[in-house]
Design a protein around this ligand. Structure first.
Ligand code: NDP
Length: 316
C-alpha cells in the first residue's frame, strides 16, 4: 500500500544528460517537472573521467562536474530534483502511475523515461578498482580513446560494438589487442573483416581476462588466459576497454512499453513517443546506436518538446 499519492504534471525518471536536458526544457515551458534521479544520480557520465566531446567545453570537463552543472541548470528553472528511483509503473489507464521505491505513488500527466543503459563489465575486482580510480578502464572507446593516443590498448568483446570501437582505437593507438572469448566473432562479417584487415589490431581468440594489472592506480597491462590451452600471458597496455554489451535500464516499463529483443524502448522513428500516449523516452534507454552524451541531451530536448505538445493538445 502506497504511503501517499502525489499528482504531478511532468515526471522525469533518470538523471543523465537526457533527463536533465528534458528537465531544463520542461521547466522553461512551465511544466513543473519533478525528476527522480535513479540509482546512479548523473548516470553513466559519473564514471567517465574527462569529457572532451561535448560541445561548449573547449577545455573539457570531468563527467561528474558536467552532471553537477546540468543539475544546477535544471534547478535554476525550478526543476524539483529528488533522490530515489522508480520501482514500478502502471501505464494501463489514463493516469500514468509510478511508484518510487515501492512506497510513494505518483500520478503524472506525462512521463519522460530517461533511465539510460548500463555498460556491462567483467566484474573482476581489479577491473572495478581501476575503473573507479579513473586509471585506464573504460566502457566507451569513443569517449576515452583519445587519452591513449600513441599507446597500447586492449579491448574485450567480439560484437559489432567491439569491432567498431577496436577500429576507432586503431586510428588513435599504436596497437590494439582484441580479446575474443570464443573462437569466432559475434559481429557482422563486414565489421569483423574490417578489424581483421587492420594491421595494428591483434586478435586473440579463446582468450579471457584474468586480471587487470597496474601501479599507482594506473593500468599497466592485463593478464589473460587461453581457455583452450590454459596458457597464461601478460599484455602490456595503458587502456583496458570493455565492449561486451549494454543493458538498457527498462525492466520496470516492459509490461506496458514496447521494447526490442535487448530491452531498448521502441520509439516512433525520429520522435520520442512510445506506444503509450503521454509516455516519452530519451537517451540511451532507446538508443543502441549512438550512446553519446550529446545525442542523449538532444533527445532529452525532443522529449520535453513532444511532451509539451501532447499536453497542449490535451488542453493542459
Ligand atoms: P553484443 O551482445 O552483440 O556482443 C557482445 C560481445 O561481448 C559478444 O561477442 C560476447 O561474446 C562478448 N562478451 C559478453 N560477455 C563477455 C564476457 N564476460 N567476457 C568476454 N566477452 C564477453 O553487443 P554489442 O554492444 O556489440 O552490440 C549490441 C547490438 O548493437 C547488436 O545488435 C549490434 O549488432 C548492434 N550494433 C551495431 C553497430 C553497427 O551496425 N554499426 C555498432 C554497434 C552495435 P560471445 O559472442 O562469446 O557471446
Amino acid at each position: 500500500m502506497a504511503e501517499e499519492i502525489e499528482k504531478v504534471k511532468c515526471l522525469i525518471i533518470g538523471s543523465g544528460p537526457a533527463g536533465y536536458t528534458a528537465a531544463i526544457y520542461a521547466a522553461r515551458a512551465n511544466m513543473n517537472p519533478v525528476m527522480y534521479q535513479g540509482m546512479q544520480p548523473g548516470g553513466q557520465l559519473t564514471t567517465t573521467n574527462e569529457v572532451e566531446n561535448f560541445p561548449g567545453y573547449p577545455d573539457g570537463v570531468t563527467g561528474p562536474e558536467m552532471m553537477m552543472q546540468l543539475e544546477a541548470q535544471a534547478k535554476r528553472f525550478d526543476t524539483d530534483v529528488r533522490s530515489g528511483w522508480a520501482t514500478k509503473v502502471d501505464f494501463s489507464g489514463k493516469v500514468h502511475k509510478v511508484w518510487i521505491e515501492d512506497k510513494k505513488e505518483i500520478h503524472a500527466d506525462v512521463v519522460i523515461i530517461s533511465t539510460g543503459a548500463s555498460a556491462k563489465y567483467l566484474g573482476l575486482d581489479s577491473e572495478q578498482h581501476y575503473l573507479k580510480a579513473g586509471g585506464g578502464v573504460s566502457a566507451c572507446a569513443v569517449c576515452d580513446g583519445f587519452f591513449y593516443r600513441g599507446q597500447e590498448t586492449v579491448i574485450v568483446g567480439a560484437g559489432d560494438s567491439a569491432c567498431e570501437e577496436a577500429h576507432y582505437l586503431s586510428n588513435i593507438c599504436k596497437k590494439v589487442t582484441m580479446l575474443v572469448r570464443r573462437d569466432e566473432f559475434r559481429a557482422s562479417k563486414i565489421m569483423m573483416e574490417r578489424v581483421k584487415n587492420t594491421p595494428n589490431i591483434e586478435i586473440l581468440y579463446n582468450t579471457e581476462t584474468e586480471e587487470v594489472l597496474g601501479e599507482n592506480d594506473l593500468v599497466t597491462g592485463v593478464r589473460v588466459k587461453n581457455n583452450k590451452t590454459g596458457k597464461v600471458k601478460e599484455i602490456p597496455c595503458t587502456g583496458f576497454f570493455l565492449a561486451i554489451g549494454h543493458k538498457p535500464n527498462t525492466d520496470i516499463f516492459k509490461p506496458y512499453i514496447d521494447v526490442d529483443e535487448v530491452g531498448y524502448i521502441k520509439n516512433v522513428p525520429g520522435r520520442t513517443l512510445t506506444n503509450v500516449e503521454g509516455v516519452f523516452v530519451c537517451g540511451d534507454a532507446a538508443d543502441k546506436t549512438y550512446r553519446q552524451a550529446v545525442t542523449a541531451a538532444g533527445t532529452g530536448c525532443m522529449a520535453a518538446l513532444d511532451a509539451e505538445r501532447y499536453l497542449a493538445a490535451k488542453g493542459h
